[in-house]
Design a protein around this ligand. Structure first.
Ligand SMILES: Nc1ncnc2c1ncn2[C@@H]1O[C@H](COP(=O)(O)OP(=O)(O)OP(=O)(O)O)[C@@H](O)[C@H]1O
Ligand SMILES: [Mg+2]
Length: 463
């Protein structure tokens, strides 16, 4: 370790000097007087490093150069300006009298403590003339050696060569924990690399066995990666890395989910063509009709998981024929009369097969390998007994998977009679239903988080 400490001073002495601390400087932003030898270098975005004394100890400050300004006071002089206007330049002044001043934002400070480096702050401004040098990988490696196991590299410093060291700590406590959750956002235009970056960050967190990870995957692109069908040019070997990290992974699709809330049933029925076909357009009336139907079925002790049966449908159909119920969603007699005539003309067999089953399929519990949202979240959030490991779970919510699971609903042959044909699963899926399912998952997480918070536990989960 002592060797390492010496190393850093040697590396700094050997590193390329680009400038010195100038004036005015503050603890948040330093002025950098650029040396003539470095004036024609690309400096913006580069990492600079300087050594200074604070509280009798050697300190090392790392920062990024954010701006370079050129100044030549002679060129600003009115007489000179008119000369320059005529001649283009004044040899004694142009270029020669140029000064370049950069701005540097300090991002990390380390104090040398015996043979070790510990994080510190810039508590004073170093003297003008303090040399600033360019950082390369060797300097970073030496300085960050004690943290080697915690560092993660997503890429290089923007437009430059050193690898940018980053910390991705899990959200729990302990030496590798941040002690609180961090929210991250990745923004950028289409094709700028957001998804790839998100996957890399995911891998950074996947190093922690105790961290639970849930990916809600609307396009199915994370699921593809984990199934070993990477997309895009940049082939990130997600699967290999996760396997090597020993992170258990699980990819689920919508067909593996069983929905478990009456209000979801009402909302999905609303989105479905069921009431469209009875000439109840989207709006308040249809909303009331769906809520009432769900409510009455529940009161009639029909279970959500049995909604797909012909019996349950028959019950629902009967309820819709009752004037007392029609009055809830159609107040005026003329509207009710119109509805009643549509209802009487409709073929219940067709309604059951084409419109009722695709909606209620999502609530069936007897589907192979399918599980309820709550039990799925339990698997995600509750650690495996001994090892304390928690998985990375991807829920593929793409339309492609939904269609694969059920065949295209619109092209399904209509079949009457046998209501429980298991190998003819039909399900309804669209963006709104996708959003409802995401909402259900997030509500589950939120209530788990609330419960954990009450017990002063951290969920230590990245979503
Ligand atoms: N660091 C990288 N190096 C090389 N190629 C990359 C890198 N990051 C992304 N790519 C490639 O660039 C393309 C777009 O990346 P990506 O899909 O991550 O972008 P995006 O911002 O998520 O796009 P969208 O807005 O369409 O979702 C892909 O082909 C990807 O493989
Ligand atoms: Mg993307």
């Amino acid at each position: 370790m002592l060797e390492q400490a010496a190393d850093i001073d040697r590396l700094i002495d050997e590193a390329e000097r680009i400038g010195v601390v100038g004036s005015p400087s503050s603890t948040s932003e330093l002025a950098l007087d650029v040396l003539a030898s470095a004036a024609d270098k690309k400096l913006v975005g580069e990492f600079g490093l300087f050594r200074f004394r604070q509280d009798g100890k050697n300190h090392y400050a790392l920062g990024q150069i954010t701006e370079v300004k050129l100044r030549n006071v002679w060129h600003e002089d009115p007489t000179m300006r008119s000369l320059i206007r005529q001649r283009g330049r004044v040899d004694a002044v142009s270029e020669r009298q140029d000064t370049h001043q950069g701005e540097m934002t300090v991002s990390a400070v380390f104090a040398r403590d015996g043979s070790n480096y510990r994080p510190s702050i810039l508590g004073t401004v170093p003297a003008t003339g303090t040399p600033i040098c360019l950082v390369d990988d060797r300097v970073l490696d030496a300085l960050l050696a004690p943290y080697r196991n915690q560092l993660f590299y997503l890429g290089r410093v923007y437009g430059s060569t050193p690898k940018l060291p980053l910390w991705f700590k899990h959200f729990g406590h302990g030496p590798d924990g941040a002690g609180e959750a961090y929210h991250l956002g990745i923004f950028g235009k289409t094709g700028s690399g957001k998804s790839v970056l998100a996957k890399m960050i995911l891998l950074a967190y996947a190093r922690y066995p105790q961290m639970a990870m849930l990916v809600l995957d609307p396009q199915g692109e994370f699921a593809k990666d984990l199934r070993g069908e990477p997309t895009g040019e940049f082939r990130l070997p997600m699967n290999d890395v996760l396997r090597r990290l020993g992170k258990p992974t699980k990819v689920l699709s919508v067909r593996d989910l069983v929905l478990d809330r009456w209000e979801l049933f009402a909302q999905i029925l609303y989105e479905s063509p069921f009431f469209e076909q009875l000439s109840v357009p989207k709006g308040e009336n249809r909303e009331l009709a769906c809520q009432t139907l769900a409510d009455r079925l529940r009161r009639a002790k029909v279970h959500l998981r049995d909604l797909h049966t012909r019996d349950a449908f028959d019950k629902a159909w009967q309820l819709l024929g009752e004037e007392q119920i029609q009055k809830v969603f159609y107040r005026s007699e003329s509207s009710r009369a119109r509805f009643q005539s549509m209802y009487e003309e409709a073929d219940p067999d067709q309604f059951y097969n084409a419109y009722w089953r695709p909606v209620t399929w999502l609530f069936r519990e007897d589907r192979k390998d399918a599980q309820k949202v709550d039990s799925l979240l339990y698997q995600l959030l509750v650690p495996k007994e001994k090892e304390g490991t928690r998985p990375l779970m991807v829920i593929d919510l793409s339309e492609e998977q939904a269609r694969k699971a059920s065949g295209d609903v619109s092209s399904l042959p209509l079949f009457g009679g046998n209501a429980d044909v298991q190998d003819q699963p039909t399900m309804l899926w669209n963006e709104t239903i996708q959003a409802l399912v995401v909402k259900r998952l997030l509500e589950g997480i939120r209530s788990a988080a609330e419960a954990a918070y009450k017990e002063s536990r951290s969920l230590n989960t990245v979503v």
